[in-house]
Ligand binder design. Structure first.
Ligand SMILES: NC(=O)c1ccc[n+]([C@@H]2O[C@H](COP(=O)([O-])OP(=O)(O)OC[C@H]3O[C@@H](n4cnc5c(N)ncnc54)[C@H](O)[C@@H]3O)[C@@H](O)[C@H]2O)c1
Length: 371
């Protein structure tokens, strides 16, 4: 059986440009379509987690089996706590033991944790070797595998060490999502909804019309949805690769409150995408509060989130003042006012610096009410 519904796009970065290949059946044992980029040398490692290795590693190894490339799997324990200095240095050692030279390559095979960790290992081992991203969670496929951001956590905070290092290619096969736990799927949907609000009417209408198929994991529709998200991410990366021009910052829509919620829950009590979905509700209320969004648009946004069972209220025990203090310590602070991405309309995000604490608290209180 041939793979179906292949979408291909390019992240345009001059000499560093690379393809993102999206589809169902791309990586199928002995019968999928192989889309490996050209690597400098033949020796590579597949860096993956115990969970993904148990479910899908033999299928990925088959992808390399009929090629000139020789790959050694490196399997690490599963979890955000392993995005650490200790795991990174044990990776370097295992890469060295596998015979990886300057012309070797890394295939990052897993969710965002693996993508960030293996991406940073590839960026730094022998001053940088080739990288292939094969993401297996919805969040990694729509977001973290594209754009070159990588890194590890320090005991004092998340993602404090890292780099921008673009892969040679991203291969996103929606078939991997068949084994993804539902809560991880919804975590990725938080990012998908963010992209829709950034993109505008066409994407929102696509989601409104196809939500049942998406929730039923129809591979054709999922591949279409991934394509829409990846195109937006690729466009922002091409315009502001190193996040220096304020363009890539728009992708933080919903994330200022989302990050504060994750921090308030010590990164264990709430999934990233769920926090982002609450952040999107907050953004919508705040955009109405500051006069940039109409009530009709607000209702459409809340309706969209509800279709995906993500119209979630912020738990009553979370205090607005506490979140505001966390946000004020966040890097998005400019003088006395917070810098946040708000919406003028669906599809018209903008960076706003004129937000008062009272407006924030008023919007936050609305987020505690059931939608
Ligand atoms: N680099 C970026 O631009 C960027 C952007 C957003 C998030 N991130 C990072 O991504 C990480 C979160 O990524 P995530 O949400 O993918 O979490 P994750 O990598 O922890 O994966 C979630 C869980 O799903 C499991 N899993 C992965 N694929 C599976 C599959 N196909 N079937 C069954 N189980 C599977 C994993 O083993 C893990 O237990 C965070 O560390 C975050 O900082 C990075």
């Amino acid at each position: 059986m041939k793979s179906v519904n292949i979408h291909k796009l390019t992240v345009s970065l001059g000499a560093k440009s690379y393809p993102v290949i999206i589809g169902s059946g791309l990586i199928k044992r002995n019968e999928g379509e192989v889309h490996l980029p050209h690597f400098k040398g033949r020796q590579g490692v597949i860096i993956t987690s115990e969970t993904v290795a148990g479910l899908h590693l033999d299928r990925l190894q088959d992808l390399f089996a009929g090629t000139e490339y020789k790959v050694t799997p490196i399997v690490i324990a599963d979890g955000e706590q392993y995005k650490s200095q200790e795991t990174l240095f044990s990776l370097y050692q295992q890469m060295y033991d596998a015979g990886l030279q300057r012309d070797g390559f890394v295939c990052a095979f897993g969710g965002g944790v693996i993508g960030d960790l293996a991406g940073f290992a590839a960026a730094t081992y022998m001053r940088g070797i080739d990288l292939l991203q094969v993401p297996t969670t919805l969040l990694a496929q729509v977001d973290s595998a594209i754009g070159g951001k990588n890194g590890i956590n320090l005991p004092v905070g998340k993602n404090l060490v890292g780099s921008f290092y673009q892969p040679r290619a991203v291969i996103s096969d929606v078939d991997f999502l068949e084994t993804l736990p539902e809560d991880e799927f919804f975590s990725g949907m938080g990012e998908v909804l963010k992209y829709a609000l950034i993109a505008g009417d066409d994407f929102v209408t696509f989601l409104e019309m196809n939500y049942q198929e998406i929730l039923a994991h129809n591979p054709k529709i999922l591949a279409g949805m991934l394509h829409l998200c990846s195109r937006i991410k690729a466009d922002f990366i091409a315009r502001d690769e190193l996040e220096q021009l304020g363009v890539r910052a728009i992708l933080n829509l919903g994330h200022t409150l989302g990050h504060a919620l994750e921090k308030a829950y010590a990164y264990t009590g709430i999934k990233h995408g769920v926090a982002v979905a609450m952040g999107l509700v907050f953004t919508a209320y705040l955009s109405v509060e500051t006069g940039s969004l109409s009530d009709d648009e607000l209702q459409r946004i809340l309706g969209l989130l509800q279709l995906f069972k993500m119209g979630l209220s912020v738990p009553a025990e979370v205090q607005g003042e506490e979140l505001l203090a966390i946000m004020a310590r966040d890097k998005k602070v400019a003088a006395d006012s917070l810098k946040m991405v708000l919406l003028r309309n669906i599809g018209q995000p903008f960076l706003c610096t004129e937000i008062s604490p009272d407006q924030m608290l008023a919007a936050f209180e609305k987020c505690k009410q059931p939608l």
